[in-house]
Design a binder for this molecule. Structure first.
Ligand code: GH3
Ligand code: MG
Ligand code: MG
Length: 309
């Protein structure tokens, strides 16, 4: 089921159950409706369910709506969910504060239902467009896995995280062997199909939640492995190498094997200030070059960085 076909989900947050039902009943005609009677529960629910929009009360005991909104905006996983305040607090200052903490809209009570519905629809449609744009910006059109832009952002983030640890960060670069000959022999349409199959196999081979697979360019792929040492990276690299081999995609033109194979370069770093992200990429690339040079269809380790492994 594609994302935009799914019924969109609205979370209503209000400490008074009657206030919840006044909104929940009519909105349930068009949307999935969830509710929370306090801020804590609201913050918990957005982590469990995929929520597209939040209707939020301001005055609640313990944690008020402003604080709930602020916390949502601080969390990366929830910051893009549009929040609309629905409240009896109708001072300019209240509304200003609501918008300042990150709400997209502020509706004062008593509200008129058709107006609430219209505003909800507007913000849900906007959210859907933003989601689509984010997807297009980060996903490779051919293979459906994250693209180069996504890789750059991911590596930057993992590098900083590894430096804070400090923990070891490993990187794999993979390149399909003799892919030019594959295209020449089978044609570009089949070549594209091969890339899709390799990408799908890659995505499947990488099991841990933080691991990130991406199409690095052309017939090159990258895998970011956070908190992973050389041995761990080696294990993943072999799993992928064998996974691709096991696909057994015929490659009659390859001087290396009868099926599609890849070469993999591995590098691992403990970011301690003496090396940069660029050093890590360069050394992974050098390792990949060595794997090609030594006969392809194999993995090769970077000798860099030798320290602190
Ligand atoms: P090596 O074993 O040394 O990696 O040789 P190779 O032929 O794989 O490497 P080379 O860099 O010479 O050729 C890469 C080929 O990948 C050439 C290019 O046309 C093809 N390629 C890159 N992107 C795509 C794509 O999106 N679709 C298809 N079908 N081919 C692509
Ligand atoms: Mg209240
Ligand atoms: Mg190649």
């Amino acid at each position: 089921v594609t994302d935009h076909k799914r019924r969109r989900t609205i979370l209503i947050v209000d400490d008074i159950p009657e206030n919840v039902s006044v909104l929940a009943v009519p909105l349930a005609e068009d949307y999935e409706v969830l509710f929370a009677l306090n801020g804590e529960d609201a913050l918990w629910q957005v982590e469990q369910e995929s929520v597209d929009l939040i209707l939020l009360d301001v005055m609640m005991p313990d944690m008020d709506g402003y604080e709930v909104c602020q916390r949502l905006k601080l969390r990366e996983s929830t910051q893009s969910i549009p929040v609309i305040f629905i409240t009896a607090k109708d001072d300019v200052e209240d509304e200003e504060k609501g918008l300042a903490v990150g709400a997209v809209d502020y509706i004062t009570k008593p509200f008129r239902l058709p107006i609430v519905k219209a505003r909800v629809k507007t913000h849900l449609d906007l959210k859907a467009k933003t989601d689509l744009l984010m997807r297009l910006a980060n996903v490779d059109g051919l293979t459906g896995i994250p693209n180069r832009r996504s890789f750059d952002i991911g590596l930057e983030k993992e590098w900083r995280r590894a430096a804070r640890g400090p923990t070891r960060l490993s990187l794999l670069l993979l390149d399909i062997d003799h892919f030019k000959l594959y295209n020449d022999h089978y044609g570009h349409v089949q070549g594209d199909l091969c890339l899709k199959q390799v990408a799908a196999c890659l995505a499947e081979s990488v099991a841990r939640a933080g691991d990130q697979v991406a199409r690095y360019g052309g017939e090159e792929f990258a895998v970011i492995l956070p908190s992973t040492d050389r041995e761990g990276a080696h294990e993943v690299a072999f799993k992928i190498l064998h996974g691709i081999r096991d696909l057994n995609l015929e490659h009659a033109a390859s001087p290396t094997a009868a099926c599609v194979t890849i070469s993999v370069g591995i590098a691992s770093a403990l970011p301690d200030g003496s090396i940069t992200q660029e050093n890590l990429i360069t050394s992974t690339d050098e390792a990949l070059y060595m794997a090609k040079h030594r006969g392809r269809n194999q993995v090769s380790f970077s000798s860099f960085p030798v320290a602190s492994s």
